[in-house]
Structure formats: C-alpha cells, structure tokens
Ligand binder design. Structure first.
Ligand code: SF4
Length: 334
C-alpha cells in the first residue's frame, strides 16, 4: 500500500513519471489477471430516478420534462439474448433508483440465467434498495452489485447528492453481507474536491473490501445545477486508476466512456493506466438517447469500438472473473 504522501505525488504525475506509473500498474494488472479485459454488456432499464444528484440529467427534478421510459422484462430478456450471442457473460442491468424496477428485475433475472444455463454474472446498478430486496434479487440469481460512493468527502457528498455518505456505505455493507460481490466508484475533478479527498476515495475502496471500483472524470451535463462547472481532468482520472491498481491488484476497474468524452482516445489510455473492464452498450438507439447519463451527446460504446481498442492495446477479451472464481472454488470445469 502506498503512503498518502506517495499517492499525493503520483496523482499529479505527468510526462515520464506518469508513464512509469502506468507501466507499473499494467505490470500488476497483467500479473493478476493476464493481459486481459473483462467484457460486460449493459442494458439501461429506465431513466427515472428518485435521487437528485446535482451532476446528473436524470435527477428527480428533471424527470417530468425528460422523455421517460422503463424497459419491460421481455425487452430486457431479448436484449440479453443478443448479448449472449455476442459471447458476453456479464450482463449489467443499470438504471435510475426507483422501486418500480423491482418487479421487472424479478421477472427478468431468472429468465436471463436460463438463457445462459446459469453460466452468467448478473451485475446490478440500480441504487439503494431495502435489504430484503437485495436478498430477494440475490436469491433470484443476481451476483454482483455496483453502488458508487462518488465522493468520500462527507460534506461534498451531501451537498451534491443530497444524501449522506454514511447511508451509501451502509448499503454497500448490506450488499456484501447478503453475498454480493460489490463495486464502488468515484468521480474525480468534482468542483470543491481536494486531492486529499481523492486519496481518501482510494483508501475507501480498500477499507470496504470492494471487488470493483470505477473512476469517472466529472462531466458538466446540460440541464443540471452543475452544467457550468469546468470539465474534469482526464489525466487525474487516469492516475487514480493506476493508484487503485497499485494498491489493490485484485480490483476490477473499468475504462469508462466518460474518459472518451473528455478526450479522444481516453478509454485506450484507461487500459494503459491499468483498467481491465470494458462495457458495451446494448440498449436500443432510442433508449440510448433518453438515458441521459452525461447528456444527449454522450459517447456510446459499441462492440466494434471495444474490440479495436483492446486489440490495439495488446490485450485480449475475457469473460467474468467471478464465474471463473466460483468454478475454481466448487471444482466445476469451465
Ligand atoms: S447519478 Fe444515479 S442516483 Fe444520482 S440522479 Fe443520476 S441516476 Fe439518480
């Protein structure tokens, strides 16, 4: 584990020092996972959300004016079939935080498992729910869950998410106790965020025993209270990826599409910095436009884009790490 002083220095590394940092984080990734990238297929379930994050166009205050949608369970299962036929065994079901998605998920998850004869990782990213609901989703076959802490600065968290950091962390603990593999994530370059608080974010991923952690540079999205704030710094986000890898070699770290929004070639740099996950978007074209995560002109990641990028980075695509670990621990051959 690097000291806080070392992390401070490396977060601002540029030029030769940054390249040396990336080279070390790639070495650690390749030692841990081989030179591979886990491929996920994402289905966006709904753009309705009851939370009011100041940086997000799907925030509660915008719901009335947004063109809202909910996928049906049938639609989700038929997209999952396309993902399966593309050779991807991690299905990420993602949407705004609303209890209305629960019956849809409860219907879709067992059918997705059936499609794959149970050889699938069903990964959820649908916000805070009740513990009994986590238990139900886990019993139905969801195996991993992303609940990003976004920022570990308690005051900043409350100010921009209007919810407490403590409640987010309590939910992460609940998920872990229920048996989920857990993912967290942070936004870097948030207005008002210090480098010291980013060091806290990195340490937090270790303290909570996260299996996955993402890093997204801040994107000022239209129709939000933060629309006029300056766009985040890609280089800082990349250095956070590298430091997460150095400190916690086992982490699944995605190279997110927001890196591409801030600078062309950003996702390729994410892999250079030690990331080892990429997510392909399988939502229908109409729903992609309505899922306003970074505004209407967000960068939508296709399978072709991922294949080109992974190949040009000298890496290979692979399936779920968690399915493989499960097989090894139960002695079932892949
Ligand atoms: S960031 Fe997530 S929780 Fe916050 S408003 Fe947007 S969809 Fe809802």
């Amino acid at each position: 584990m690097l000291t806080r002083e070392e992390m401070h220095r490396l977060l601002v590394a540029r030029g030769q020092e940054q390249e040396e940092l990336f080279s070390e984080s790639r070495r650690i990734r390749n030692e841990q996972f081989g030179a591979t990238v886990v491929l996920r297929g994402v289905i966006e379930l709904t753009n309705v959300c009851r939370v009011n994050c100041d940086y997000c166009p799907m925030r509660r205050d915008n719901v009335r004016e947004n063109d809202t949608f909910f996928l049906t369970a049938d639609q989700i299962v038929s997209i999952a079939e396309v993902i399966r036929d593309s050779g991807i065994d991690v299905i990420l079901l993602q949407g705004g935080e609303t209890p209305s998605v629960l019956p849809i998920l409860e219907n879709a998850i067992p059918r997705i498992r059936q499609l794959y004869d149970d050889r699938v990782e069903v990964l959820l990213n649908v916000g805070n729910l009740k513990r009994a609901q986590y238990e139900r989703l886990h019993a139905l076959g969801a195996t991993s869950y992303i609940l990003k802490h976004e920022t570990s600065d308690q005051d900043l968290h409350l100010m921009i998410r209007h919810e407490t950091l403590d409640s987010r962390l309590r939910h992460l603990r609940d998920l872990q106790e229920v048996g989920f593999k857990i993912g967290t994530g942070l936004i870097s370059s948030l207005p008002g965020q210090s480098l010291d608080s980013i060091v806290d974010d990195i340490e937090l991923a270790g303290e909570i025993g996260a299996d996955m952690c993402s890093v997204s540079p801040f994107i000022p999205a239209p129709n939000t209270p933060m629309s006029l704030e300056p766009i985040g710094d890609n280089e800082l986000a990349l250095n956070v990826i590298a430091l997460l890898r150095l400190n916690f070699p086992h982490l699944l770290i995605p190279s997110v599409s927001a890196l591409e929004r801030v600078g062309g070639g950003g996702q390729s740099r994410g892999l250079d910095a030690g990331a080892n996950v990429m997510t392909v978007n399988f939502s229908g074209a109409g729903d992609q436009k309505r899922y306003l995560i970074y505004g209407k002109d967000r960068f939508v990641v296709t399978l072709g884009h991922v294949r080109d990028l992974v190949e040009s980075s000298g890496l290979e695509l692979r399936g779920s790490v968690f399915i493989e670990q499960e097989s090894t621990s139960t002695g079932v051959a892949r």
